[in-house]
Design a protein. Sequence first.
Length: 324
Amino acid sequence: MRNSLHFLRFILVWLLLLGGSNLTYATTWNEPWHDRVVKEADYFVLATVAAAAENSATLTVLATLGAVGSPLTGTVKLTNFYSLDLCSTSGGHGPEFHLSPRDTAYFFLKKNQADTYSLATPTTGFALVKGQRVSATYRHSYHQALLERPAYELTMTAIFQHYHQQPYAAEAVRTFIGQQLAQKPAALNEEELPIFFRQHAALETIYHLGLTEFYAATLPFLRDNRNFHSQISAARALTAVNTPEANQQLLALLADAKTPDFPKIVAIWTLGAHQPKALKANLQRLTSKVSEDRAGFGGNLMDPRICTHLPTVKAALTDLIASL
């Protein structure tokens, strides 16, 4: 039992706070969200790390799951980063690779002019394989999930293909999503954690693929005050559902004092995509009631992603109202 509790505590910290990084860096950056990572990549591959150093790494490609053009094969060299928005450097240390020989991971890669390849940042654009599971990013590297490899490959390959205007296994993806959302929202406890991870993947896949048919199935997750991660994913999943009813659901989330700041910010961003001019007066009435505290991902002050920015709820709401 003690070992199980230690495992659960580890996984929860991994998902909710740190995204797997405890390293001290002299360089900091604004970490990109996962949709940007995928859109800017040329390849989605499974590979092992053959060699690794601070300024480069060599990968042996095991399989290409997605590509812009021909599949990637053989050995490739990583030499830099393609989505790195630096905030600070000190002590002469630039951004460095933190991969280890014999690591196996799924990588999003971009080809360079010199026939080498780039990773998104030192902390994202790859998903380490842990036995039969994957340390998966669907939203942001601060918020990772431990997911079975078949589910990860199915959904993430579809996301890559969708963002590159390629056909994907739509029926299989919809079946997976439907199966996960047919269950009640999982709690963050040891028994339900695997279900929670699959539901997280399903909701985030809805967002990335712009699906609209799961609106009703998404609502229990939007209203799940026990789990702000589910509320964030559900608010993102409604991005393609630009209807008065969906906007009322997002407005109700904003007005709920029990809802944490992060889901409210995401709900505001979703409303920003919808531009619901009919709700402008309702939104204006909320401006005096929402938080002005700085929101963030959590983690520790030595995390290199420390300057990844989130607005306050009030700032995000003010910007939304100004756009209507």
